[in-house]
Design a protein around this ligand. Structure first.
Ligand code: TA6
Length: 294
């Protein structure tokens, strides 16, 4: 997503400014290594482009920046649950305002830290005290880490994902490897299946890969680059593309939007809220994704 021509509302440093798209404030990073944008609404990375490259991150041209809806595209922060195991789908973090806590920069890049804390609204949806931080490191590569801490006096259980939408030239030419063999097929009522080593898509896909390799590679011949996605603190990697019919059904995606995106997600998957990861009071968990282009 192109942010460079937007007027700065606030100048925070040589590299960091705040800009606005409709109702959403975005922390804009413009550094000699890379540019990026992180929306405060949702703690949502909306752009990351190493210097001289096309954006690695896909944003829908129909994304709704009303400060209420979750943004379509970017890197939605799905937390404190992943999927539709409770409402709202993918948790409340992606549709709640985060606070800008810190930014710092040096010659290798810029680090932006956002925070999300329990409020009356979050308490109504999920009755726990938490401290969530999103650390976004913008440099030759993009690193996004979601650190969640239990600051309550009772344990709580969560799941989640960094639901990255990669910006590909043409999905039908794209080749994906490193997902591992076994997957849970969300389109087949959670049936466990064995997959191929190299994937080329020609239809809707929605799979939770349970044994992903350390590096997931997405070869994009049209843009002549290969994405490398490295995840940590996850138990699976989700691959999703809604294809033509799915895109038609989404008000915030153009009918042909599916042709240029692919979600490769760093996921802590759980079949139900209770089956998630439990944090005792005082414990912290980190879920991260690192995205680069080779
Ligand atoms: O991560 C894949 C998935 O859970 C799919 O099932 C699909 O619905 C997608 O996320 C998008 O969900 P959303 O709530 O953003 O429409």
């Amino acid at each position: 997503m192109e942010l460079k021509n937007l007027p700065a509302l606030t100048v925070l440093s040589d590299c960091v400014t705040i800009v606005e798209v409709d109702q959403v404030k975005i922390v804009r990073v413009m550094h000699e290594k890379a540019s990026a944008g992180i929306a405060l609404h949702g703690g949502h990375v909306v752009s990351f482009a190493p210097q001289g490259q096309k954006d690695l991150i896909w944003m829908s041209d129909k994304a709704i920046f009303d400060g209420k809806a979750a943004l379509r595209g970017g890197i939605p922060v799905c937390w404190p649950w992943f999927g539709r195991i409770a409402a709202p789908a993918h948790g409340f973090a992606r549709s709640t305002e985060w606070q800008l806590l810190e930014h710092r920069e040096n010659q290798s890049g810029v680090i932006v830290e956002l925070g999300l804390f329990a409020s009356e609204e979050t308490h109504q949806i999920w009755p726990y005290l938490f401290d969530a931080r999103l650390v976004v490191e913008v440099g030759d590569q993009l690193n996004v880490t979601l650190k969640v801490s239990n600051i309550d006096d009772k344990p709580w259980t969560f799941s989640g994902a960094l639901h990255t939408y990669l910006n590909v030239g043409d999905i039908s030419q794209t080749e994906i490897s490193g997902m591992g063999a076994e997957y849970i097929d969300s389109l087949l009522q959670g049936q466990v299946c064995q997959g191929e080593k190299i994937l080329k898509l020609s239809d809707t896909i929605d799979r939770v890969y349970t044994q992903p390799e350390a590096q997931i590679l997405v070869k994009d011949p049209l843009f002549e680059r290969t994405f490398c996605v490295e995840n940590q603190g996850h138990n699976s990697a989700v691959l999703w593309n809604p294809w033509a019919e799915g895109a038609k059904g989404m008000a915030d995606m153009s009918d042909n939007g599916y042709q240029t995106m692919l979600c490769v997600e760093s996921t802590l998957h759980a079949a139900s809220i209770d089956q998630g990861k439990t944090l005792q009071p005082g414990e912290t968990h980190q879920l991260s994704t690192t995205i680069s282009s080779l």
